[in-house]
Design a protein around this ligand. Structure first.
Ligand code: NI
Length: 178
């Protein structure tokens, strides 16, 4: 299970629309997902999309465990989500800080829908269908954006709320990148 290099913003393939997965429970897919989990863990990410390791397929992973160092961070179940679809369940959007392993060291404030339904499949082809709120909803939207070639800086309305993490949060530690 090799650790994979995370592509950074500026690499053209990050801006492509990725292809749907057509074969489930096959070695190549299991290997891809194993590599993604190893890479996400190595960089302490909250999520990772396959295009970030150079594979333009509609596969994302995410998950945030309860951590005593970050008591305010909401737990998100460890999930493999393939060929995802998102439905917005409210018109309300909330501004929140995001980071991305493809934009290392930076944070930006992005408006996201805070109550969504998402569906898709796990690596075995089993259906996933959930309604979620808050940070979980934000993480899913961020990761699924990667599959459509969208990086979070492209969604920042107020560019004064974009910058280097160390300078923006001189006194507090912040959320993980994804
Ligand atoms: Ni990201």
């Amino acid at each position: 299970m090799p650790l994979r290099q995370v592509l950074r913003m500026g690499v053209p393939s990050l801006l492509e629309v990725s292809s749907a997965v057509t074969e489930f429970d096959v070695d190549a897919l299991h290997q891809l997902i194993a590599d993604m989990f190893e890479t996400m863990a190595a960089y302490s990410g909250a999520g990772l999309a396959a295009p970030q390791i150079g594979v333009n397929q509609r596969v994302v992973i995410f998950g945030v465990e309860k951590n005593s160092r970050y008591p305010d961070v909401e737990e998100v179940p460890t999930t493999v989500l393939i060929n995802p679809e998102i439905e917005f369940l409210t018109d309300e959007a909330e501004l929140g800080w995001e980071g991305c392993l493809s934009v290392p060291g930076m944070r930006g404030a992005v408006e996201r829908c805070m109550h969504i339904r998402y569906s898709g499949y796990d690596e075995y082809g089993h259906k996933i269908d959930r309604q979620v709120k808050g940070f979980h909803a934000r993480v899913v939207q961020h990761e699924v954006d990667h599959l459509d070639g969208i990086l979070y800086p492209m969604r920042i309305d107020d560019m004064s709320l974009f910058g280097f993490e160390k300078e923006l949060f001189a006194e507090s530690e912040q959320d993980q990148e994804s």
